[in-house]
Write a protein that binds this ligand. Structure first.
Ligand code: DAV
Length: 373
């Protein structure tokens, strides 16, 4: 039977069970959006991206698509079914009754937009105006899964208004030094306010019955509370990582690899009081190896710590970016089989191997990995 003939079932409860069906993003038409309140503080003063917006250079789009397609071919070769989202024309002005914005963002990373938990696929609120409509790229797939799998739940979190009330005005100041910014994040003073629930799906890690959610720039406490109310059978834990001056998405900071083992970015350590929860349930948190690069590639929003943004195919097998030799060495020592994947030229499009995928099906069911709450 061809992979495409396999009946669709939506089921994924964690980040490590054997992966059988996944969505991989596409780079077509991806734009650098104009600055907006949520993104401004993340683009450093001397960045090559500052002040520029519009479609990304076509040769970079072609190169990213080539790498994404090669990654898909590799996954399919291992018997994993892969689907792709449908791009929109991102280079157009969009708006709601509350605001207008010069362009959209793109059609990857899927991890940011769609949260799969069990048989549910949930469209996140998102927290950037440029990404407000991105769920539309995934609607053709979600519609087909909904038609094919009678148990699939297609849900959408309430779309936020994203007026200026959702962001702190003073956070935009260019005069804030790095020391001051680190003090602000340590006090959980982030760019978003508590005006309305906000979360990006990539701030959520799934550990069966427990969900670990980063409180930061893209997810606020109201968003975390919304997730807890939406998933009443799960236990939602807010975490934060004070060493990260721009806490956007958890997946270059804290990466579960298999039951009982997490790697944590040594520059963004989980505070001791939050660490205790993992330790009393016999989870080991080890510092991740350093990135192999001193700088991200050109026109990239993310940090060099995309080295940690690995995709676990099963509790023994991990995909790691091929130039991230230190991360690969550490994973090898931890007993994993490694699949090196050339992917660095995809980084500017929003992330690495975990970011650029979203689970549809992993084997296994919902387990309790944290009996001592
Ligand atoms: O370290 O820049 C990148 C995460 C992208 N989903 C960072 C976070």
């Amino acid at each position: 039977m061809a992979l495409s003939d396999t009946p669709t079932v939506v089921n994924s409860w964690n980040e490590w069970d054997p992966l059988k069906h996944v969505i991989v993003g596409v780079a077509d038409g991806c734009c650098i959006p104009p600055a907006e309140p949520a993104s401004e503080p993340k683009v450093p003063k001397d960045s090559d991206m500052r002040g520029m917006h519009g479609p990304r250079p076509p040769e970079t789009v072609a190169r990213a698509n080539e790498l994404l397609n090669d990654f898909v071919t590799m996954l399919e070769g291992r018997g994993i079914r892969v689907d792709r989202p449908t791009p929109l024309d991102f280079n157009q002005e969009v708006g709601t009754p509350d605001w207008r914005h010069g362009t959209m963002f793109g059609c990857t990373p899927p991890r940011d937009v769609i949260l799969t938990l069990g048989s549910e696929m949930l469209e996140a609120t998102m927290s950037y105006r440029s990404r407000w409509f991105e769920y539309l790229c995934y609607r053709p797939l979600l519609k087909s899964y909904y038609a094919d799998d009678p148990k699939m739940r297609h849900e959408a979190a309430p779309k936020p208004r994203l007026t200026d009330k959702s962001y702190k005005e003073d956070y935009l100041s260019e005069d804030i030094t790095m020391t001051e910014r680190l003090e602000m994040v340590a006090k959980k003073d982030f760019v978003t306010t508590e005006e309305e629930p906000l979360f990006d799906a990539a701030d959520v890690l799934r550990f069966g019955k427990d969900l670990v959610v980063q409180h930061g720039f893209t997810t606020n406490l109201a968003g975390i509370d919304w997730l807890q109310r939406h998933f009443p059978d799960h236990r939602v834990h807010a975490v934060n990582f004070p060493g990260d001056p721009y806490p956007i998405h958890i997946d270059a900071t804290f990466t579960p690899l298999r039951p009982g083992l997490i790697i944590n970015n040594p520059e963004r350590k989980l505070p001791d009081d939050q660490r205790a929860f993992f330790h009393r349930n016999d989870w080991e948190i080890v510092d991740s190896a350093p990135p192999a690069h001193n700088e991200p590639p050109p026109l990239c929003y993310s940090s060099v710590w995309l080295s940690m943004n690995v995709l676990v195919l099963d509790p023994k097998t991990v995909c790691v970016e091929e130039t991230e030799v230190y991360q690969a060495e550490q994973l090898d020592k931890l007993g994993f089989d490694l699949i090196p994947v050339p992917f660095r030229d995809v980084y500017p499009f929003g992330g690495a191997l975990h970011c650029n995928t979203t689970d549809v099906y992993r084997e296994g069911d919902c387990q309790d990995y944290f009996p001592k709450q």
